[in-house]
Design a protein around this ligand. Structure first.
Ligand code: SF4
Length: 150
């Protein structure tokens, strides 16, 4: 299961298959990470530096995080894609096909001027999370998305 949690200036990613339940996140930042509630990650009002530090202690790589750089990611289900915006300007997309076997991510692209900010990873995670929430399987013909899926 893949989830992303966007709050303020950071996005936290969680890949449940990598989680070893070592709980460094829970002990490091109990306000943000609490396995006794749903969703177990809630970042509203939690100090960004504390979240970042707890995520960096995750020994399995199940948790990762990135700064948002003011870029918003939205799901455009009707357009079969997730989209990145800097203000009103579209700067990236992750496109998928819905097939009888599940969702197939075939293209991910971010404007060169915004490279190195992790925007492509956020785009892919947004699509994968939407697919998983709808009960669909996910595969990727897009090499980058395949790399993110691991
Ligand atoms: S620190 Fe990482 S491996 Fe440990 S419980 Fe949290 S997410 Fe899972």
């Amino acid at each position: 299961m893949h989830r992303l949690y966007e709050e303020g200036d950071i996005t936290v990613f969680w890949d449940s298959e990598k989680c070893r339940h070592a709980k460094q996140c829970v002990t490091g930042c109990p306000e943000g990470f609490n396995i006794n509630r749903k969703p177990w990650i809630q970042l509203k009002g939690v100090d960004t530096a504390k979240v970042w530090k707890a995520v960096s202690k995750c020994p399995s790589g199940a948790l990762t995080c990135l700064y948002n750089h003011g870029v918003r990611i939205i799901m455009d289900g009707d357009g079969y894609r997730s989209v990145a915006y800097d203000g009103e300007k579209e700067i990236g997309e992750c496109c998928f096909l819905v097939t009888p076997e599940g969702w197939n991510i075939y293209h991910t692209e971010v404007d060169d001027a915004y490279g190195g900010k992790g925007i492509a990873k956020r785009l892919v995670y947004r699509v994968v999370e939407a697919a998983e929430r709808s009960g669909a399987a996910v595969k990727a013909d897009c090499w980058y998305a395949e790399k993110v899926l691991g």
